[in-house]
Design a protein around this ligand. Structure first.
Ligand code: UDP
Length: 361
């Protein structure tokens, strides 16, 4: 079976690291990797291929940047051409980026069945570009791999045929298990940054709803500065956020205990997560990684797709509309742990996915 996998953004490289690794060990699967180029900086793309052992993509379209329509459209054109040439049996897409949508659309129009990993996630906020991408992708996919029972329920409520949908757990949990130990052995980031385990706050901010809204961004910066009087803050900054901080002259709002660094590789990120006192993020993946490593987390958004973690007390939703509330919730979350739950499978999601795909042959 020939599977053409479309990837393009940082979280997709991490998911692919777990899945492609499994495919490579599986008789009967030939995987062709197509990188759209959505994320192209060395530390947003190349580093993951190197350190996680992801095979070099056969194709790299080099299409990143620009408005959503232009980017998705250009990717659609490029992917279609390659699909016509490669004629895969399946197209595999991950998550909810423009690359996901372009890959799924190009394939569906050519009547090539689409398999969607991380299907069924919903924020019910259609202002998020990610929500549009995931809803459309789910509705044109022939195999939907849901990471949780909640995601599975959403697919059922939307009338997607049951036989298309499989609750397989979260491939990010596979990745966390696969690379968590390696991070402990190989990463020297704590020494490099002169950090003491349990005595810093880790943060990441990159969602458009925060970066493109000056008031929300300012609220986040002020509250981080406030909290950094209690513990230093480490912030590997996403290129989009860095550009906005520069353009808007917002660096002045940051206290000197907020340390902005370049995006780090996955092993260093995992190391930073595993030893943080608390994590403040608007990332989807990092909310779960905090939970995998038993680190309290606050999510700077109005809602989350990973509701199980909120219900169990691992994650706290804090809309970035009130500075004092962010600071207070962030500091109160330190050493406040949730109850034990296991909503995202047993760490063997990738093998289940391979098995289900092979059964379609
Ligand atoms: N990540 C990383 N280095 C960083 C920041 C994040 O390796 O400097 C990893 C993080 O551990 C997680 C993934 O990138 O696995 C999350 O990606 P991102 O926050 O960009 O996207 P989202 O999960 O929100 O879709």
């Amino acid at each position: 079976m020939k599977i053409l996998t479309v990837i393009g953004a940082r979280p997709q490289f991490i998911k692919a690291a777990a899945v492609s690794h499994t495919f490579a060990q599986q008789d009967g699967i030939q995987e062709v990797l197509l990188h759209t180029g959505q994320h192209f900086d060395k530390n947003m793309s190349e580093v993951f291929f190197k350190e996680l052992g992801i095979p070099k993509p056969t194709y790299n379209l080099g299409i990143g940047g620009g408005l959503h329509g232009a980017m998705t459209g250009a990717q659609l054109v490029g992917i279609e051409e390659i699909l016509l040439q490669e004629k895969p049996d399946w197209v595999l897409v991950y998550g909810d980026t423009n690359s996901t949508l372009a890959g799924a659309l190009a394939a569906a129009k050519l009547h090539i069945p689409v398999a969607h990993i991380e299907a069924g996630l919903r924020s019910f906020n259609r202002r998020m570009p990610e929500e549009i991408n995931r809803v459309v992708t789910d509705h044109i996919s022939a195999l939907l791999f849901a990471p949780s029972a909640t995601a599975m329920q959403h697919l059922m409520h939307e009338g997607i045929p049951t036989e298309y949908c499989h609750q397989v757990g979260d491939v990010m949990y596979d990745a966390a298990l696969l690379f968590g130990e390696r991070a402990k052995q190989q990463s020297t980031i704590l020494q490099q940054l002169n950090l003491t385990a349990g005595e810093y706050i880790l943060t990441t901010i990159h969602r458009a709803e925060n970066t493109d809204n000056l008031q929300r961004l300012q609220n986040i910066l002020k509250s981080l500065s406030e909290a950094s009087q209690t513990l230093p803050i480490i912030w590997p900054v996403h290129p989009r956020t860095r550009n906005l901080l520069q353009q808007q002259g917002l660096y002045t709002l940051l206290g000197k205990n907020v340390h902005i660094i370049e995006p780090v590789g996955y092993l260093d990120m995992v190391m930073l997560e595993q030893h943080a006192a608390v994590i403040a993020t608007d990332s989807g993946g990092i909310q779960k990684e905090a939970f995998f490593y038993h680190i309290p987390c606050i999510t700077l958004r109005d809602e989350t797709e990973w509701v199980e973690l909120v219900d169990a007390g691992w994650n706290h939703i804090v809309p970035p509309t009130n500075t004092d509330n962010i600071t207070h919730t962030l500091l109160a979350a330190i050493q406040s742990y949730g109850t034990p739950i296991h909503p995202y499978g047993d760490g063997h999601s990738s093998s289940q996915i391979a098995k289900i795909l092979l059964a379609q042959a």
